[in-house]
Design a protein around this ligand. Sequence first.
Ligand code: F6P
Length: 558
Amino acid sequence: MASSTLICDTNFWKDLKGHVEDIKKTHLRELMSDSERCKSMMVEFDGVLLDYSRNRARQDTMDKLFGLAEAAHLKEKINKMYNGEHINSTEDRPVLHVALRAPRDKVICSDGKNVVPDVWKVLDKISEFSERVRSGSWVGATGKTLKDVVAVGIGGSFLGPLFVHTALQTDPEAITCAKGRQLRFLANVDPIDVARAIAGLNPETTLVVVVSKTFTTAETMLNARTLREWISASLGPQAVAKHMVAVSTNLKLVEQFGIDPNNAFAFWDWVGGRYSVCSAVGVLPLSLQYGFSVVEKFLKGASSIDQHFYSAPFEKNIPVLLGLLSVWNVSFLGYPARAILPYSQALEKFAPHIQQACVSMESNGKGVSIEGVPLPFEAGEIDFGEPGTNGQHSFYQLIHQGRVIPCDFIGIMKSQQPVYLKGEVVSNHDELMSNFFAQPDALAYGKTPEELLREKVPQHLIPHKTFSGNRPSISLLLPTLNAYNIGQLLAIYEHRIAVEGFVWGINSFDQWGVELGKSLASQVRKQLNASRIKGEPVKGFNFSTTTMISKYLEAQSG
Ligand code: F6P
């Protein structure tokens, strides 16, 4: 395929389009009755089990998808990523988040330079700094130990660290290492988020970590100034040096803000914001909370999947299989959404991270190919999710009898916090997992009117109680949920989303779509200033926006 050819113009794509009609003739009920097929659709790597048998796919479908991957030069694109080529062409940057979790002796080059030593220099600095803070050898301006941390950042500078922190919070090893410390996040510019983030905290014992790749993001910088004021007002301006540190690629702006560059933790342009949790963005706040050794396990888990993604044949490659099945579901079967359903409360912030928001929707929500050609097909999918079983009592009705939404079921074999009630054989975790095992089959098999008749369901209720079934899902089982497995899960999703983007032929690593709203907000900000300071009337906006801004200004002055 020539590099400017759209993937949808290839024979592989056309062949898959034709194949849809064939697949439509078969219900998942039939597909699931073929044990050999099901066996061939299970893959295990480093304790992680993927079962993708509940997809509307047969072996010939998979073969066609592997053909599509070849037509899209998937292997070459993966290699280019690992080799540090500038695959983020619209920003002229490599995409090297895999280097953030590479072992010390690995060589990964960007523009001819091995970046791994730089990565470890920052990791070592974090390890040393976090130990000093945790042990009380780095103290605040009044000599007290800094036992609480507020991480200020938004988007990728927030969602990934929040997901990992939430997942670790109930892990027994992490609890022991946290030693009663607190980690909080401040993301939204909404003053309510500020109030919540600092509620009950004492500036004397609080360390603020400002996390921003660019150090220009309006919300983060305003929140950072607010917390700088909170510290200065209580402890004097000189206290900022002891109570504020930063994570950024822009060390010049960090210094201008008033943070000592020695207390800044760098990362690099080749780390996309939404892929930055394994850089100082996540590693610093998480190490302050749990200690570096716990965070290192998280990096090792991610690194294990990086190796697997790079070297496993596509037929056994978990991120590749997941990515290709997503392309099949979105582009061929026409399912535009995906539900992420972890059966673990500890993973409650996983779906918001993947949405980005952090990974999927900011990465693959694109309308043109990497060469700038408008796509005649929809790329990306709408991700949403909630932990089971909560989600079952919220939106599962729609998933079972309304729209078809492919689901990701994520289960954990051993709970972080098992509960066994006296006299009861089934533990809380068994109860949770009973639902985890049941839901994918309910979606796949459904319930027919004939079955309902046999159960003597009254005739008038039969249409209401019928489930069409034939609804795809994947099941992912992790052995437990510790730092290592959390790293594995993260990397599986990061790479799966890259696979989708590589096959669709888009740039999954830029995010121009967020710029327009930002620049319009800055025009509004200027107007608010002009109206407040000089009493200028609202102008330059359409009737609707002018009216709303005017009413807002009136309400503020009233
Ligand atoms: O939402 C757009 C975005 O640029 C994300 O990609 C990024 O993670 C976030 O804003 C925050 O940016 P920064 O880390 O530069 O403050």
